[in-house]
Design a protein around this ligand. Structure first.
Ligand code: NAD
Length: 519
């Protein structure tokens, strides 16, 4: 959490002044009133574009979280009984408002998370897409009817709203992750309290304001969806609140390891979307032109700050030199700089600490016998001396050492080589995380083996496509220390509802199951 003393004059490079003005203008177009921070304190919003403070907001404490949960629990009593398709109409309206304000919200995402404009627009598009998915769900959610063993009986299941859903989210997908949870939770009949990343509160305020507008227009209370702007303390208060039926947390493995036992101890449910250490296998038969394009986007997109960013490349020894040479050429020309500028492909890292962790990881890789083939240094960008820009790195490693097995949230791609597919799969799975994976091959047997139960152990397994850039129609999430949660498409909605099994006797007899006789 970054707290600032507002008695100290804030740095104002011309870039920071421009960013403050741009943020204020975008918020104005979105119709968001930003609350004033108290004198002498508050939450400082630092833009990674300049590394300086662009806004200061009031910071929520435990009492604010308590108030938000109280209001959400109250709103739940009404919302749970609103017909599903009517709830869906509110989500449909949210999708319309997001479409109308796509560029404004994307601009805030770029200012706070540092994403290039195209990726920020893509993130808002993902929100619109998940609204569409949820609207469809609002008319199709349903349970099963099973044959009863007893005559004149019906055995069925119903899915009911769960209650208040707490959402804790990370800086790198500052708005989409909220919408994956919220659009689905709302049509399921739940209410939502969101604790966004302390690094991206403006885009959170804006997203929630659009939803509250949709709710009020339809005559529903704003408290169906609320946002609490704060740091880890606010997150911990939400995690600890017994009235939060499901806590959906997205962030680091460290955070998940704290959240899971705390929610379990109070008998709550949790859904975890944590770190990834995603790899691709490149087989001898791969279409290398296509593979390299897929690898570069996955490894370099969002400056390596996606949970699904490609961090490891396991390449057959017969093509590894060729692949590394192609990557070197592609990385050498990467446009690094202001993520708002036309043509930029690599924006800044979130902060200087992130850059330092990247540089330290490269040191460790070198000490393990690795060779940095290209990139890896800090990059100075004109007018932004406080920002943390880096050149994405490709590192050849003799083996998958400890540094490779960790998620360093920065653009480092470690390249290792293999001889047999079994060896490649073993290396692929030999990390704590299990989020996303890929194989590049034109050999059907290899592709099917990688997709099989003996292949990748990840939640997302792709063929001839990189590890990042998932569509919302599929369930999203990963195994092992990634947390096991699933959000977004497929049947992920079940996590936001409770299942009731019902047996109805419409006969005049009272037969007992399993042939039991009693009395
Ligand atoms: P982070 O863990 O530092 O913070 C994430 C959120 O958790 C923030 O809102 C933070 O305030 C809150 N938080 C931290 N400790 C907490 C605690 N003990 N109790 C309650 N809340 C707490 O992560 P970050 O740096 O914002 O994001 C990067 C990480 O998120 C990476 O590891 C990345 O892989 C992961 N991530 C995963 C997914 C996924 O879907 N699997 C998606 C996006 C990001």
């Amino acid at each position: 959490m970054t707290t600032t003393d507002t008695t100290t004059p804030l740095t104002t490079t011309p870039l920071t002044t421009e960013l403050r003005t741009a943020a204020a203008a975008a918020l104005d177009r979105l119709g968001v009133e930003v609350p004033a921070a108290p004198d002498g304190g508050g939450l400082a919003v630092v833009s990674p574009l300049s590394g300086e403070v662009v806004a200061t907001l009031p910071e929520a404490g435990a009492a604010d979280v308590d108030a938000a949960v109280t209001a959400a629990a109250e709103a739940f009593r009404t919302w749970r009984s609103v017909p599903g398709p009517v709830r869906g109409a509110v989500v449909k309206r949210l999708g319309e408002l997001l479409t109308e304000h796509k560029a404004d919200l994307a601009e805030l995402v770029t200012l706070e998370a540092g994403k290039i404009t195209s990726e920020a627009l893509g993130e808002v598009q993902e929100m619109i897409d998940v609204c569409d998915l949820a609207v469809g769900l609002s008319r199709t959610l349903g349970g099963r009817t099973m044959p009863s063993e007893r005559p004149g009986h019906r055995l069925m299941e119903q899915w009911h709203p769960l209650g208040v859903v707490g959402v804790v989210s990370a800086f790198n997908f500052p708005v989409a992750v909220w919408s994956w949870n919220t659009a689905v939770a709302l049509v399921c009949g739940d209410t939502v309290v969101w604790k966004p990343s302390e690094k991206t509160p403006l885009s959170a305020l804006a997203s929630n304001a659009l939803l509250q507008r949709a709710l009020v227009e339809a005559g529903f209370p704003e408290a169906v969806s609320s946002v609490v702007i704060g740091g880890r303390d606010a997150g911990e208060a939400l995690v600890a609140d017994r009235r939060v039926a499901l806590l959906s947390a997205t962030g680091s493995e460290r955070m998940g390891q704290q959240v899971a036992p705390a929610v379990a101890a109070r008998g709550g449910r949790y859904l975890l979307e944590l770190g990834g250490n995603n790899a691709a296998v490149v087989a001898p038969s791969a279409d290398l032109d296509l593979a390299v394009r897929g690898i570069v986007f996955a490894a370099v997109g969002t400056a390596g700050q996606r949970c699904t960013s490609m961090r490891r490349l396991i390449v057959h020894s017969s093509v590894v030199d060729d692949v590394v040479a192609r990557l070197e050429r592609a990385y050498t020309g990467l446009p690094i700089g202001d993520p708002r500028a036309e043509g930029t492909l690599v924006g800044p890292l979130t902060d200087a600490a992130s850059r330092d962790r990247m540089l330290a990881a490269l040191q460790e890789a070198r000490a393990d016998g690795g060779t940095v083939v290209v990139g890896g240094g800090a990059v100075e960008v004109d007018g932004a001396p406080g920002a943390a820009y880096v050149a994405p790195a490709v590192v050849r490693m003799p083996a998958q050492t400890a540094v490779v097995q960790r998620e360093t949230f920065a653009p480092i791609l470690y390249v290792m080589s293999y001889e047999t597919l079994d060896e490649a799969i073993a290396m692929h799975n030999d990390v704590p995380q299990g989020l996303s994976s890929a194989i590049f091959t034109l050999d059907g047997r290899e592709a099917e083996t990688f997709l099989s139960e003996a292949g990748s152990d990840c939640g997302i397994v792709n063929v001839n496509i990189g590890t990042s850039g998932a569509e919302i129609g599929g369930a999203f999430g990963g195994e092992k220390s990634t947390g096991g949660g699933r959000e977004s498409g497929s049947d992920s909605w079940k996590q936001y509802m409770r299942r009731a099994t019902n047996t109805v006797n419409y006969s005049t007899e009272l037969p007992l199951a399993q042939g039991v006789t009693f009395g």
